[in-house]
Structures are given as structure tokens and as C-alpha cells.
Design a protein around this ligand. Sequence first.
Ligand SMILES: NC(=O)c1ccc[n+]([C@@H]2O[C@H](COP(=O)([O-])OP(=O)(O)OC[C@H]3O[C@@H](n4cnc5c(N)ncnc54)[C@H](O)[C@@H]3O)[C@@H](O)[C@H]2O)c1
Length: 461
Amino acid sequence: MEHTSKIIELNEHDLIQSIQSNTISVCVIGIGRIGLPTALSFANSGISTIGVDINSKLVEMINSKIFPLKDEPGYDVIFDKVINEKKFRATTNFSEGVNSSDIIVLSLPTPMNDQNIPDYSALLSVAKRLHDEMFNGKLIILESTVEPGFVETDFLKILEGNDEKLKLGKNFSLGVCPETANPGQILNDFERLPRLVGAMDESTQKLIIKIYKHVFTVDLLPMPDCKTANAVKLTTNVFRDLNIAFVNELALIFEKAGIDIMTVLEAAKTKYNFQVHYPSAGVGGPCLPVNSYQMINFAKNFTSKTFELVEKGRKINEKMPYHTVDLLEDALNEINKPLSGSFILVLGVSYKPDVKDIQISPIEKIIDILKEKGANILIYDPYFKNSEVFGIKTLDDFVQNLGILDGLIIGTAHKEFHNIDPEFLKSKMKNPIVIDSKNIIDQHLAKKAGLIYRGIGRGKI
Ligand SMILES: NC(=O)c1ccc[n+]([C@@H]2O[C@H](COP(=O)([O-])OP(=O)(O)OC[C@H]3O[C@@H](n4cnc5c(N)ncnc54)[C@H](O)[C@@H]3O)[C@@H](O)[C@H]2O)c1
């Protein structure tokens, strides 16, 4: 049955009343890493919320009161609360979710394909379904990361279709609020990071700001339009990707020059206008690498040229897994051992510390190279114990395997690895080679213990 209120027709007074009396309802389509916390925040503010997802196992889990994001502190409690209050539930039924709600929030994945071309198929297929199945009067808000111009062109075109059924401003409203939270600390970020609001018209922007103000306590920054809001989101992440490329390339040069990059960075960051980034085995996750390719694609669409600097930065960051394995081979050379046939333990596979997430992790590339070179690979990650990652069965403890090791690569700076004692490694490992792609071990202690140690940008010690 059609939901009777038409949120886009409410005046300010009625909207505030509807928000305060919790008579508006929200549907979040895509309840993954970002969408689920978003939906829970809406529900926690008192708004009746439904999550729609094609992943039936996820939906079943949620409706069985099992919280799926164990590495998102704080949301476990909110989850229990809103489920018990019946403010939130999940469904795979698209039409039911959409048409029982006033506001549709899209938190769908926006990955890239094998050729690094952004893939917006999830958003476009949902746009088509909204065209076909959505009743009039809804407000649609895109939180997914997309390139500037995508909402105004490709997305809107499919949403409106070729008939007169849905017309922007007449039967529905559209805006964006690109998500900037960091996995592992989403609640914290939702409580402190300002949010960007762009829309197809001013009244929709005001409407979104009013609703989000009710849910989130942060500043809401009005953007002139959707494309500017999406440009801000990409700009912040490409800035990081490029700065990491800068320190990664510096690391390669400093290694040759015998300069320790960590010493340089610690001193450099005392200058007020230096923002520190750290070198590593590469840049992963569903955001930074993808966002750089979205920026490159966007530049090509609007200028017919590539964005050379961003492309170059990507190339440098994508080279770092190879460099990490080069460091390992260099260390093995010191003991006249080939990588082929050596037993190598990789500590940490997540693309960032303290989260269970291996999307576009540079560690996958390291493992591929190790496989190609014939190494025997062992993997330990506290978030992936006793499971299978990148085609390899993971360990549930790494200490008991140290005795067979010819080398160890620290891939992720999970908390558990911060206190690894170099003396302990030296006493237990068959060959005490440690490649520290996160520079978390004190290199002087490593040397004192007698480890054959290589960090990124640290050269030989
Ligand atoms: N994860 C991050 O670090 C992060 C941070 C900021 C922004 N973002 C952006 O947020 C968006 C969502 O990312 P995420 O990390 O939450 O992705 P995710 O893969 O964790 O979640 C996406 C969810 O959408 C579901 N889905 C896919 N196609 C669907 C469809 N057609 N209908 C219904 N559900 C569908 C999937 O099953 C999944 O549960 C992306 O645009 C991403 O770039 C992500």
C-alpha cells in the first residue's frame, strides 16, 4: 500500500513536526559497512528505519538480532536498542522497503572493474528499479561515493526514464550527502565530521539538512550542488592517496641514500604546515584507490585528458607491494636463501589496522607475488583466524609457527602486532628476517636483537 505522506511537499513547520513526532520513515538501500551504521543512526534518532539489501544472509542475520559489524565500536549497543524498540529491521524486498518510506538513502557499493574503471552498476540498477517501482513524493539521498556529475547525468537519466512517470521536482527530490566516515571508527566520525549536503534544488537541500540535523549532531555544510559535494569527497581522499604516493617515493629514494624516512617525517611534522603521511606496502580499501580512479575518470570526461599527477601517484602506490617483496629477497640474499621454497609468514591482511576488511588490500598483491615466486606462505591476522584468505588457510596463532620461518612480513599495523618483541622473534624464528611494511618495530631494537630487518624507507641497518 502506498505510504500517504509526501515528504517533498511538506512545508518547514510540518516537516519539523513530522520529524519530532517521528512520523517520517527512512529506507536505506545497501546496509553494508557504511549503510548499516547510517540506518542505525536514523533509527536511534527515533525515525522508523528499514534496511534493504540483496544479501539475504545479512538480512537474516540482522533480523535474528545478530550484529554483523563486530569491529565498529558503539554500534553493537545501538543495534540491540533499535532492534528491541522495533525502530529498525531489514528486508530483501525492495518494493516493500522503498514504498513504506518517505526518504530513500542509497549506500550502495561503487567499486571499480579490473581495468580500474569505476563501476556504478549497483546504483544504476537501483535507479532503474526506483523508476519502475517507487511511488510518488519521495526524497532520494545518495551517500555513495561517485564522481562529480554522475548524479546529475547518468543517475538522474535512468531514474526519470523515458516516460512521464517520474519527474524531478514534481514526483521526487534528489540530493547527496557523501559519506566520509572511516571504517573501525564510524560512530566516532558520525559524531564529529561535518557532512556535505548538495541537492538538485535549494528546497531539497534545506529538507535534507533539517532531517540530518535531527539524526547527526555535526555541522551540515550546504554545497552549491551535487557535483560540488561529490568533488569535495573525492578531493579529500585523492589528497591522501597522492601524499602517501609522495612519501612512498621518498622512501624508495631515502633507502638508497641511507636516510631514515621515519626520522625525517617525525622532524618534518613539527613544521606547522606539514601534514604527515607514512610510507607502506601500498594503499588499499574501497575508498582511496577507487576514488583516485574516479577522479581520473571524471577529469577524462570533462577535459578529455587524463589527470597525470593522480595517475602517477596510483602507479607509485601500486608498486609498493613489489618493493616489499624486493626487500624480503634482499634480506634473504644476505643468508644466501632463495625466496622459492622459503617459509614466509604474513602478519595482517586487512588494508588498515584494527578492521576486518581486505578490500583492495595491497597485501593480496604481496601474496600473489610470493606465490608466483614459489614461497610457502603462512598468514595470521587476528580478524581472520582459521579461515581462508586469498586462497590460503589462515593460522589461529602465529607464535607456534615461528620455528619454521625464513621470513616474516608485517602487512597490517593491527594493535596486536605493536608489541612484538624483536628479541622474542630472534629467539624463535629459524631465520630471523623481518620486513616491516608499517615501520612499527623500533629498528634499533631490531638491530640489537640480531634481526635481519628491513622497513619501508629505512634501508639496511
Ligand atoms: N567503507 C568505507 O570505508 C567507506 C567510507 C566512505 C564512503 N564509502 C562509500 O560508501 C558506499 C558503500 O560502501 P560500503 O563500504 O558500505 O560497501 P559495502 O560493500 O560494505 O556495502 C554495500 C551493501 O550494498 C549491498 N548491495 C549491493 N548491490 C545492491 C542492490 N542492488 N540492492 C541492494 N543492496 C545492494 C551489498 O550487499 C552490501 O551489503 C560506497 O560508495 C563507498 O565508496 C565507503
